[in-house]
Design a binder for this molecule. Structure first.
Ligand code: TRP
Length: 372
């Protein structure tokens, strides 16, 4: 049996997402839910259609309210521990689709406080500067400036702190230990931090002075925080936030390798030059055989191929083209080099476009950022 571990600060091993749903006690995204989105929105984003967003809590409730004409707000976030990579923007792309489709206001939290207390080597100034760098990527994705509020915890603390205290007062150390696995060696900054991550789930209600339903799109690793948030929400007079949760974009280096800043070939960063990104793709782990000869006879294995996964998750919208590629791979007609070139071209194109928008975002930062 392969072991895996998913916490907000650490993801390890070959993840069995079905088991994770059981472990966490969330609900699977069903065909029925996808049909309801289709009926409301007309267009279902591939990340949902392909069940990369595979898990939820109360997403059905959000849809029921919307069907009755009640608007919901969105909340998501980023821990600014370094530059943004493609795995980070996966949930943001989906968040943008939700904003465009349902016309939602979006609260985007940058947890520079969290990454400072968590990381042994980052200074406060480092995490503040990554907040700014990451905000450029968020803006570059095209969120609506009229409806999007981006804030760093350090910059928006005056507004947030009193609400964080309301949460903190209602969460015991034993709950924090059970939910996050803290022990006596955990620094107290990290123990308090989860209350800061709860606050944006309540900010729409606080600002509008009425109960506003909130949906949080995120990767599944953030679920423990929001279990705490959901636990205290009603005690504070708010709705429990609903969650819709994604899988992770795998490491380019293969199934057992973490996508991390310390292994430079494992992830593609938004600030990588197209040339560097191309090199990473060309070195990626595939499901191919040792020799071309062998592959022509046996075929490749797309199920373990990171190149195929990147196409499936982010870079190939057409189901037909994907199915054809899979066929050709398995029958030995397609060689890994070609697939890598196809992905590299798509990634370069994305990066060129994104980087131009990222530069323009420098002048637009004030249209999005809150501070107090
Ligand atoms: N803790 C998250 C991280 O480390 C950042 C975050 C804050 C977040 N609020 C969120 C992520 C809401 C998703 C949804 O990346």
């Amino acid at each position: 049996m392969t072991e895996f571990r998913v916490t907000p600060w650490d993801v390890e091993g070959d993840i069995d997402y079905k088991k994770l749903i059981e472990q966490f006690g969330t609900q699977p995204i069903t065909d029925g839910l996808i049909e309801r989105v289709e009926a409301l929105a007309g267009h279902v984003h591939p990340l949902l259609r392909r069940k990369i967003f595979f898990s939820h809590r109360d997403f059905d409730w959000i849809l029921s309210l919307y069907e009755k004409g009640e608007q919901f707000a969105l909340y998501t976030g980023r821990g600014p521990s370094g530059h943004t990579h493609l795995g980070h923007i996966l949930p943001w792309i989906f968040t943008k689709y939700l904003q465009d489709t349902f016309g939602c206001e979006l609260w985007f939290q940058l947890t520079d406080d969290e990454k400072f207390v968590l990381s042994p080597h980052l200074t406060i100034d480092d995490t503040i500067s990554f907040s700014y760098e990451n905000a450029l990527d968020i803006i570059a994705l095209g969120f609506d400036p009229e409806k999007t509020h981006i804030f760093s915890d350090l910059d928006y603390a005056k507004t947030m702190y009193r609400h964080a205290l309301q949460v903190a007062k209602r969460v015991t150390f034993s709950t924090a230990k059970a939910v996050f696995g803290f022990d006596n060696s955990t620094n107290i900054g990290l123990i308090f931090f989860t209350s800061m991550q709860s606050v944006p789930a309540f900010l729409p209600s606080i600002m509008q002075k009425r109960k506003v339903p909130v949906l949080i799109p995120s990767a599944i690793d953030q679920d423990p925080h929001f279990r705490v948030t959901r636990d205290v929400a009603e005690k504070l007079g708010y709705y429990k936030p609903a969650l819709i949760q994604s899988m992770f974009l795998p490491s380019l280096l293969g199934p057992d390798s973490k996508m991390s800043a310390s292994k430079s070939g494992s992830a593609i960063y938004t600030v990588d030059s197209p040339k560097v990104a191309k090199k990473k793709v060309m070195n990626a782990f595939t499901g191919g055989c040792q020799s071309l000869e062998e592959q022509r006879v046996q075929g490749g294995n797309p199920n373990i191929c990171t190149v195929y996964q990147y196409l499936y998750i982010l870079f190939e919208e057409s189901d037909e083209d994907l199915a054809r590629l899979k066929e050709r791979c398995m029958s030995g007609e397609e060689m890994c080099g070609n697939c890598k070139k196809l992905l590299a071209a798509k990634v370069s194109e994305f990066l060129k476009d994104h980087q131009a928008k990222r530069e323009k975002a420098r002048d637009r930062i004030d249209d999005f950022m809150l501070s107090d």
